[in-house]
Ligand binder design. Sequence first.
Ligand SMILES: Cc1cc2nc3c(=O)[nH]c(=O)nc-3n(C[C@H](O)[C@H](O)[C@H](O)COP(=O)(O)OP(=O)(O)OC[C@H]3O[C@@H](n4cnc5c(N)ncnc54)[C@H](O)[C@@H]3O)c2cc1C
Length: 428
Amino acid sequence: MPTTNWAGNVVFGAADVAAPGAVGELRHLLAQASSAGGRVRALGSGHSFNRLADTDGLLVSMARFDGIKGFGPDAGGHEVAIEGGVRYGQLAAYLHRCGRSLANLASLPHLSVAGAVMTATHGSGDRNNNLAAAVRSVDLLLADGDLITLDRGHPDFDGAVVSLGALGLVVGVRLHTEPTFEMTQSVHLDLPLSVGIEQFDEIMSSAYSVSWFTRWQTPVIDQIWQKSVVTGLPGSVDLDHSVDLVALGARVATAPCHPVPDVDPIACTEQLGVPGPWHARLPHFRLDHQPSVGHELQSEFFVPRTVAGQAIEAVAAVGSALADALLVSEVRTVAADRLWLSPAFGRDVVALHFTWRPDWPLVQPALGAVESALAPFDPVPHWGKVTGIEPRVLRSRYPKFGDFAAVVDRYDPDSRFSNAWLDALLRG
Ligand SMILES: Cc1cc2nc3c(=O)[nH]c(=O)nc-3n(C[C@H](O)[C@H](O)[C@H](O)COP(=O)(O)OP(=O)(O)OC[C@H]3O[C@@H](n4cnc5c(N)ncnc54)[C@H](O)[C@@H]3O)c2cc1C
């Protein structure tokens, strides 16, 4: 039976999916594929929406690389070593038991760590980086069977962390952890959009992690989700009460909300200000439920934080062109990092996300409208989501793209880990 991604919009070209559980098995598969002249691609949890993970060669599921090795050997003993196929939900439960945490999570805990790191997956928070920024070392199995470890400080490290699966198979990573912490999550409804834009900085810094959800159909932000630290995270300054959203015109939600209108919030993590552990509040969706809607496509664009208000106004101006295709939009912030292929490389960014109906003919013109509206701000798309922005344009928007391409050439000189999508990105 053909294998598809989570959303079902990509049917992978590989005839079969291998699911090895040890490095020796991976080496054997690589050698076999090599004698057949074939290409190899890793599959994480399959949550990307484009052909990034696709191959007509050998698709290798990393799901059985799900071991958590434990802490050390860094000085503080606070770095956790895991295999590449571990999912955030599994890791979070382990860390919490050990009194540790990750600084941030995406909207769902179902993702594999390596797959999320490869695409610079992010959550929200003015002072929070994307999830790849927690990586302290990467264990890479190269096409010739060599297993290498790149630590922070290695000259290629910043190019190898967010690397789209282009260098080799990530069999392990070490991640920086924080002390465990407690959070609350609360939702406000119907803030006037003009106020949201005017007070953008104050609102986005009003809690540890803040998200807007809206459909751009009326001049209001439908929902504002604030995730606030209650106890346990040293150095986190929560300014949760510095902005009174009610005084600004919003209403407090008195029942749990789902980001998408009229969807049962049963899948959402607990709201209404009830304290709970970080991993049960940072993601919007619970591990034991279907995240988001299930039948959907997604796109997301990052623009510099400095043009946040203008970019939001530009999207709002094309709101009517999105009405039929859009389920919901989310606005988040991500702090600058130094990873070459991170959309936040060298600058704070605002992420404008779109959850679409799973109907490409409907989505295509709406996506085009968004991309045209954002074009003056030189947006970069999420690596794992749907975009019409051409590779040539994308390359020009990453100052270190040439260095990344050179690293790919050195680590994978025969393009064994490439596919049509990467060929286009690197050379198209
Ligand atoms: C419902 C939903 C909600 C989402 N929410 C968010 C969100 O809040 N924030 C956000 O930023 N993104 C979000 N995403 C997008 C998602 O985070 C990315 O697509 C991410 O890459 C998915 O991780 P994965 O393990 O499924 O990777 P896959 O889609 O399986 O793979 C992604 C890439 O990583 C490579 N890869 C995977 N594992 C390995 C490995 N071990 N070694 C080498 N390469 C590997 C693959 O070859 C591919 O190139 C969401 C997606 C869905 C479906």
